[in-house]
Design a protein around this ligand. Sequence first.
Ligand SMILES: Cc1cc2nc3c(=O)[nH]c(=O)nc-3n(C[C@H](O)[C@H](O)[C@H](O)COP(=O)(O)OP(=O)(O)OC[C@H]3O[C@@H](n4cnc5c(N)ncnc54)[C@H](O)[C@@H]3O)c2cc1C
Length: 427
Amino acid sequence: MLSKIKTNKKNIVILGAGFTGLRAAKQLASRLRFNKEYQIILVDRRNIHVYNGDLYEISTAYNEKMTQACQTKLQDAVTITMKRALKGLPVVHAQSTAKSIDPKNKTVTLSKYGEIPYEYLVMALGSVTNYYNIPGLAENSFPLKTVENALAINCHLDQMFRERYEKKDTHKVHIAVGGGGYTGAEFACELVGCIKKLGHKYHFNPEKDVEISIIQGSDEFVGLGKKVSDITIKRFKQLRIKPITNTRISGYNGKTLKTIDKKGVPHPDIHTDMLVWTGGIMVNPLLKSFPVLHESGGLETYSTLESPHYPKVYAGGDNATIFDPKRHNLVPKIAQLAIQQGRLIGENIYADIIGKKQKEYHPVFKGYIVPLGGTYFVYSRGMVTFAGIIPYMMRRYVDFHYFASWMPFGAAIKKWMHTENIFLQND
Ligand SMILES: Cc1cc2nc3c(=O)[nH]c(=O)nc-3n(C[C@H](O)[C@H](O)[C@H](O)COP(=O)(O)OP(=O)(O)OC[C@H]3O[C@@H](n4cnc5c(N)ncnc54)[C@H](O)[C@@H]3O)c2cc1C
């Protein structure tokens, strides 16, 4: 058992310190500041909180030299240390991997600290990459889901072009992006600037020597309707990215990419030097510890975000399957909503403790901002869609606002300027 965990208190265990978990911890901590009965234990395998929205920048950022120091600098740009985020809050951070959950006996088992009983449990472990059992994909492609993934892509790009230069290799390099959702689209567009920089470093012609393609199973990109898709396709063409629609990846061995059409008919093989896979995610496999799950793999919740099947277990973000009665749809799994859910979970656990009525969750959509290379972004909310530098400025404000919610204003400005410095290098 963790020495910092007191055994004479009731535990509120929050699994995952991402957008949902960290916000839930903060909200709850502000309410339970003077409470002597409960302790909040926030479990995450890392000692950092990751701002996923800017991972595409980290995967494509230019480095003069590939040193450990520059990797750390890149990681710092999109992360906040847990120490900083939890400063002054009565939260115990257990840096450990959650191994199993026993909802019947109300315990969780952590890799480092063993079994811990809980009174309340918050499921906020996010999701993992889904390779759909496509042959060779997990072994040979580069996912873009975590900060480690983003750094691995960044290193591999540099290494691939360095080796090509050292071996005096002249073959045309093909980089494919599998999956044309917003992660794939923002990565592909930002990659163009990165390749230009690498072209200077390793003496190749980015336009003649490199081809970038993006492969999408349907005929629309980004998943925000036709208008955003049309803007994205136009942008791909401007940036010389080849959009391939209605095509699914069926295998990859590190050199040859196999694809099929919608009816399953194979296309000719495509020589591919690097495949970045952004084509699917699935709920964290640890949720399988709960015998009753929604078919999507998430925990169903009441509108209070508490599970109807497991009392005092709450779920948010990518772990929750929440029905939106206003839109007659499931609530999408995105960061802005995960933050709202985390906050409400904190409030509702506190309400339950003091015997007050819990509040209902009403998702508030503030729109989507999708980066499409450099300072060209697209904004979409309902019927309103526009692209250009204004959405870019909006997004940078959102980034700043987020950092400022975890640190003093001055420190947030410093962090934001540090990230801007890195992000603008390729633009
Ligand atoms: C590349 C990328 C770009 C994105 N861009 C956007 C965007 O622009 N806008 C937007 O709204 N959404 C975006 N999203 C989606 C958004 O990041 C997620 O919906 C959101 O992070 C979900 O929040 P969460 O709290 O459920 O999970 P997360 O924020 O992913 O947090 C999960 C936490 O659980 C921890 N964890 C996982 N397993 C274990 C374990 N076994 N033990 C201990 N700890 C564990 C992880 O370390 C992590 O800290 C993006 C996602 C990705 C991957």
